[in-house]
Design a protein around this ligand. Structure first.
Ligand code: TRP
Length: 409
């Protein structure tokens, strides 16, 4: 059997949407069902969500069950994998504390994801320092793409666009250091493979550095992870229905997994297409046209036979649109049907799981217990490597006893 350990998680700050689905959830279910791994963990990152929602714990509390239901409804199966809640594993905090010794402030300041998130949340504003106003933190899937921003921010002075220092006095230490906590999440389970979006790349890089540093100082203990990105580029960063950046709750441009068919159709009909495609006969643009980006992410060959038999393929549909003579309503109706076909079984499964909510909490608790055993075993390895395993080290105790016996009083 494969020696792969798969691990990934999501912050419980809202229901999951189709951006999460194509970017990660769909792939996770495929990995789960291919069974080519030693162990697989999917977790709800509530402790990380609290780093920018510490003043709104109720939001995190309410969304644990929403994310758990989204997991189950897409087909993640607690009989095959371990689903758990981050804050139930105290070893993760313990590990993060020791990893903090291995990371410099300068290195954290170079993390492009942290940098852009700080700006989005307004943590960089000095007047927020004394808690006058805190970011609401609802912008996880934010406007700024950190990977695109990476070059621009390389070697910059660490100032935001408004010339406020990004790492100003209003920045909570917990948020600043969350990449270290994320390294603990990953390494506690000796994960080899982290299926995640492109925005998580800097986190995995930081984790790899921590692993190398730890192993070089304390001896081979931790495992270096790899990120696993979706192969379809339209899935890497699905734009919002308004065509802007990523889907983000605060922008109101999301289609949620748990949304009704009518709601999905309504949102698809309101989608951003090509502003230059005014009458049907005008030539249309595919690039930056949200409907076509979604079709790239969701459309399969079989959909033509089912819903649009007059076209043989997506390429043919695109060519007609570019030539002119194909209206937006037609492609939107097609997309609506495809989305609803994909979402219908997810909605149905959700309804079933919603009937027994206590059982969903039960499943999370069981998963958390199992995850804790694994993390505790890694913690034992770490204690041994870091020489903080005093009481289990009989030799140490014997040596110390001998040393003190030799001393003449
Ligand atoms: N940072 C991830 C997100 O924003 C959530 C997360 C926390 C995570 N710990 C992780 C993802 C470990 C992968 C591995 O969604």
């Amino acid at each position: 059997m494969s020696s792969k350990v798969i691990l990934t998680g999501d912050r419980p700050t809202g229901r999951l949407h189709i951006g999460h689905y194509v970017g990660s959830l769909r792939g996770r279910v495929e990995i789960q069902n291919a069974m080519d791994y030693k162990d697989m963990f999917v977790f709800i990152a509530d402790a990380q969500a609290l780093t920018d929602n510490f003043d709104n714990p109720e939001k995190v509390r309410q969304n644990i069950i929403e994310v758990a239901l989204d997991y189950l409804s897409v087909g993640l199966d607690p009989n095959k994998i371990t689903i758990f809640v981050q804050s139930m594993i105290p070893e993760l905090t313990e590990l993060a504390f020791y990893y903090m010794n291995l990371v410099t402030v300068a290195r954290l300041q170079r993390n492009p994801t942290v940098k852009s998130e700080i700006q989005m949340r307004g943590f960089s504003k000095a007047d927020r320092a004394e808690g006058k106003e805190q970011g609401t933190g609802s912008m996880k899937q934010g406007v700024v793409n950190p990977v695109q921003k990476q070059d621009a921010s390389e070697g910059s002075s660490g100032h935001g666009e408004d010339n406020q220092p990004v790492f100003g006095s209003g920045l909570p230490v917990g948020f600043f250091t969350y990449p270290i906590s994320q390294a603990a999440d990953i390494t506690a389970f000796k994960a080899t493979t982290v299926p995640a979006g492109e925005d998580q790349k800097p986190m995995i890089e930081q984790t790899v550095e921590i692993v190398r540093k730890f192993n070089s100082i304390y001896g081979q203990t931790l495992v270096e992870p790899d990120i696993l990105l979706p192969s379809n580029s339209a899935c890497l960063r699905l734009p919002g229905t308004d065509g802007k950046a990523k889907m983000s709750k605060s922008l109101g441009n999301c289609i949620y997994l748990s949304e009704s068919a009518e709601e999905v159709n309504k949102k698809v009909m309101g989608m951003y297409t090509d502003p230059l495609h005014i009458s049907i006969n005008d030539p249309g643009h595919i690039e930056g046209n949200t409907v076509f980006t979604y079709l790239d992410a969701f459309c399969r060959q079989e959909h033509f036979g089912l819903y649009l038999p007059e076209y043989a393929s997506l390429d043919e549909l695109k060519a007609h649109y570019q030539r002119g003579g194909l209206g937006d309503v037609k492609i939107k109706k097609f997309l609506g049907k495809i989305l609803n076909q994909e979402l219908e079984p997810i909605r149905e499964r959700r309804k079933e799981f919603e009937k027994d909510i206590p059982e969903v909490y039960n499943m999370l608790q069981k998963g958390s217990r199992k995850a804790r055993e694994v993390a505790a075993s890694t913690m034992d390895d770490v204690r041994r490597a870091m020489k903080i395993n005093y009481f289990e080290d009989k030799q140490l105790i014997a040596e110390q006893a001998e040393r003190f016996k030799q001393q003449k009083h």
